[in-house]
Ligand binder design. Structure first.
Ligand code: PLP
Ligand code: COI
Length: 341
């Protein structure tokens, strides 16, 4: 199979229209089997529930080319499970989890020419999404739904690649997730758009959200969970009912403990503790692990000593082990890597 003629090394995190997408429909109380199609346009009634009441959610995962030329993806069953939980919270019918994984495999396989080659620094981002499609005018859930998966080759999420970013403590909340459980829905992100643009205008790459009730503990950023490293090499990561349960973060907790012999603490993290940490990073599918150099808390700058110019040593070990597992260089725990072709 011939790869597309793309300058893989210079891709950023942007949408490129690829050849195929997966689409399935829910009607009369059941999902059809779905199919791979070429049309990238979605045409819906002006009164579709997704437009009026934002009844939509999404997931994100990646496909990778391994050194020996296979195409694989990372823990898609956990995306299927998380999307099920989000759907339940938004009163939408989940797409069956086993079929979700099969659909991911089918759409990546169909777009194999778009999967960036090993070592290019790019990956194929996979975006499953689900929305209410029939017209509703009273506030109520739809009765018809569409589930789609698009794929697009991407480069690093933050402009500097693996260069440390700077973030600020936000005065805004990240909207809906707090107190509503772990959901990954379009509306949550729409409510964060003003704040992310304001952060950029003020010279920051991201916002650090605090728990909305006490504003004393660290939650997450707009699109990634936090990891911290203590001066004696422990991995600390915030525990909260209102942040997205990042698959990358859950995987890193295993990688730290089982591969790197690092103690792991999953617990509430106080904003006032930040200055005690040696390293800080953001983790997620898009972010992978992006080191954080500085956090600005209303004018007070907290710098992480080992990660100002480059990734700190522990963050780097976590990054290399995780990406090594994802790209087939390091043996993965059972079930983490799903082979596509
Ligand atoms: N938190 C938020 C708000 C996100 O949007 C994401 C991205 O999916 C994450 C965390 C990281 O989750 P994951 O590692 O499953 O991609
Ligand atoms: C992901 O990492 O998959 C996300 O959905 C984060 C988003 C901000 C791109």
């Amino acid at each position: 199979m011939e790869k597309k003629n793309i300058d893989w090394g210079n891709l950023s995190f942007q949408y490129t229209r690829t050849d195929y997408r997966f689409v399935a429909h829910y009607k009369d109380g059941k999902w059809d089997d779905g199919e791979i199609i070429t049309d990238s346009d979605v045409v819906l009634s002006e009164c579709a529930c997704v437009f009026q009441y934002a009844q939509t959610c999404f997931e994100g995962l990646k496909a990778y080319t391994t050194e020996d030329g296979r195409i694989v993806c990372f823990r898609p069953d956990l995306n299927a499970e998380r999307m099920r939980d989000t759907c339940i919270r938004l009163h939408m019918p989940p797409f069956p989890e086993d079929k979700f994984v099969e659909a991911v495999k089918a759409v990546v396989k169909a777009n194999a020419a778009w999967v960036p080659p090993f070592g290019s620094g790019a990956t194929l981002y996979i975006r499953p999404f689900l929305m209410g499609t029939n017209p509703v005018i009273g506030v109520q859930p739809a009765t018809e739904y569409e589930f789609r998966i698009l794929v697009t080759p991407v480069g690093p999420y933050f402009k500097g690649g693996v260069k440390p970013i700077s973030i600020r403590v936000s005065d805004y909340d990240r909207a809906a997730p707090q107190g509503t459980g772990h959901i990954k829905a379009g509306l949550n992100y729409a409510m964060s758009l003003y704040n992310i643009m304001d952060a950029h205008a003020c010279g920051y790459d991201e916002n650090m959200y605090l728990d909305p009730k006490t504003r004393t503990t660290v939650e997450e950023t707009g699109g990634a969970n936090f990891i911290f490293i203590t001066k004696d090499g422990k991995l600390v990561t915030p525990k909260s009912e209102s942040i997205l349960p990042s698959i990358t973060r859950r995987s890193l907790m295993v990688v730290a403990e089982k591969y790197l012999n690092m103690p792991v603490e999953h617990r509430p993290v106080l904003l006032s503790e930040l200055e005690d940490f040696a390293e800080c990073g953001l983790c997620g599918t898009a972010a992978v692990i992006s080191p954080v150099g500085k956090v600005n808390d209303h004018g007070k700058e907290i710098a992480f000593p080992s990660g100002m110019n480059d990734m700190g040593p522990y963050t780097k070990k976590l990054y290399e082990t995780l990406t090594g597992i994802q790209m087939g260089r390091i043996e993965a725990p059972e079930g983490w890597i799903v082979e596509i072709c």
